[in-house]
Design a protein around this ligand. Structure first.
Ligand SMILES: [Zn+2]
Ligand SMILES: [Zn+2]
Length: 410
């Protein structure tokens, strides 16, 4: 790691004020080491031993990045797949409900989806310089892989929490009392389930972009990266379930699904069509996929219905504030809700610059700062402002600035 490379990698670092760093620079050696680790970004020279260290760390980064791919694709245990994800935000389909030969097809596509995301990630790495005109951001990939690994392991811990499980079981019991208003089956059920799933995701995602608490302590992680690719994309912290973009959906989705009983098992060919659409749209942060889409009219036509990589990349743009001023393209898989509620922005052929709206935002190419900066910043805001401002500091709109703002990058 070097300080000079750190300064160029993190444009906002210079605005970090002394005195609001979480660790004192002097005194206790543990704090001194922590302070030094806090300030420095991951950076390797491209020569000598640092080049070798970069290659070793990059290989480790790719291995860590593979971790979430196996966790989130339901195919961790290849020989005993009990259910598969058909479409993002639609409940998994139990394979015992379909014939063996059809189940083989579904498992085959699920495996292909996992392999596809991995292949696209590696293609991003190989083609980034040609497509974007800058060298691939290896340091960011290493950093994000470390951060994602932390989020995944802490997520496993959170989900294993008995209290939380008891709460969700209680919610399940409450839902059992809710009557079913409309009973749907087959293809219609699947289409309605996809619409309900995306409706819940859309509103929770839009809400988290507008509320300080959920934005600063949760969703900001997913939007920080300035050199976004499939391999440099951070997931979200699972410390509070409601922090993740799908958190609110976790409560809304089962409720709406109960009102419209949706047995998707008999959807037949529509299951395959939606699963293939899910596979295509899954690597939604890929620069290679963006380039491919920009060259093809047929792929652009998919935007009429699906959130393609182009549509989602505009959501990550640091320049496009959207028609409502707080962002755009909040849908997960379908563009219908963005179009209906006036937040849809059509992508252009050139890849937009990704990252936070704040031009001085810290790139945080340092896992410690990446994880803690939003909490340190909000803690400093609370300390510097009177108690009566706390509700707005914690839960006010994202654009709110407290009377005594902190001199610290986002
Ligand atoms: Zn977002
Ligand atoms: Zn994203």
């Amino acid at each position: 790691m070097t300080d000079t490379a750190a300064a160029s990698a993190a444009p906002g670092l210079g605005s970090l004020g002394i005195g609001i760093e979480p660790f004192p620079r002097h005194g206790n050696p543990v704090f001194r080491i922590a302070a030094a680790l806090w300030r420095r970004d991951i950076a390797f020279a491209r020569r000598g031993w640092q080049r070798i260290a970069l290659i070793v760390c990059a290989l480790g980064g790719v291995a860590l990045w593979l971790l979430p791919q196996t966790v989130v694709t339901d195919t961790a245990s290849l020989l005993q797949v009990e259910s598969v994800r058909i479409f993002y935000m639609v409940g998994d389909l139990s394979l015992s409900k379909v014939s063996d030969s059809f189940a083989t097809w579904l498992v085959g596509i699920a495996l292909a989806r996992a392999a596809f995301v991995v292949a696209i990630g590696l293609l991003d790495m190989a083609t980034y310089r040609r497509i974007v005109g800058r060298p691939f951001d290896w340091e960011s990939m290493i950093n994000v892989s470390l951060v994602n690994a932390f989020f995944i392991f802490s997520g496993v811990f959170v989900l294993a929490n008995d209290g939380l499980r008891a709460l969700l079981t209680h919610y399940d019991r409450l839902l059992a009392q809710v009557p079913t208003l409309i009973d749907l089956n087959g293809a219609l059920a699947l289409i309605v389930a996809a619409l309900i799933g995306d409706f819940c995701f859309y509103w929770s995602h839009r809400f988290f972009h507008g509320n300080r608490f959920f934005w600063n302590l949760g969703h900001i992680y997913h939007h920080r990266n300035r050199n976004l690719t499939q391999l440099t994309c951070a997931i979200e912290p699972p410390l509070l379930l409601l922090q993740a973009a799908g958190g609110l959906s976790l409560l809304l989705l089962p409720l709406l699904s109960k009102l419209f009983t949706t047995d998707i098992a008999g959807a037949g060919i529509v299951l395959l069509v939606l699963m293939i659409a899910d596979t295509w749209t899954d690597p939604s942060h890929s620069t290679f996929m963006y380039w491919l889409e920009s060259k093809s009219r047929a792929l652009k036509a998919l935007r009429k219905v699906f959130v393609t990589v182009g549509v989602h990349f505009v959501h990550h743009s640091r320049d496009t504030h959207g028609p409502k001023g707080t962002g755009c393209n909040f849908g997960a898989r379908l563009t219908v809700w963005d179009r209906l509620f006036g937040t849809y922005v059509e992508p252009e052929d050139a890849i937009p610059a990704s990252g936070l709206f704040d031009p001085h935002a810290d790139a945080c190419v340092n896992p410690l700062r990446y994880l803690l900066l939003p909490y340190v910043r909000m803690g400093a805001e609370l300390r510097r402002n009177a108690l009566r401002h706390w509700p707005k500091i914690l839960f006010g709109p994202v654009g709110y600035e407290p009377p005594n703002p902190v001199a610290m990058s986002h």
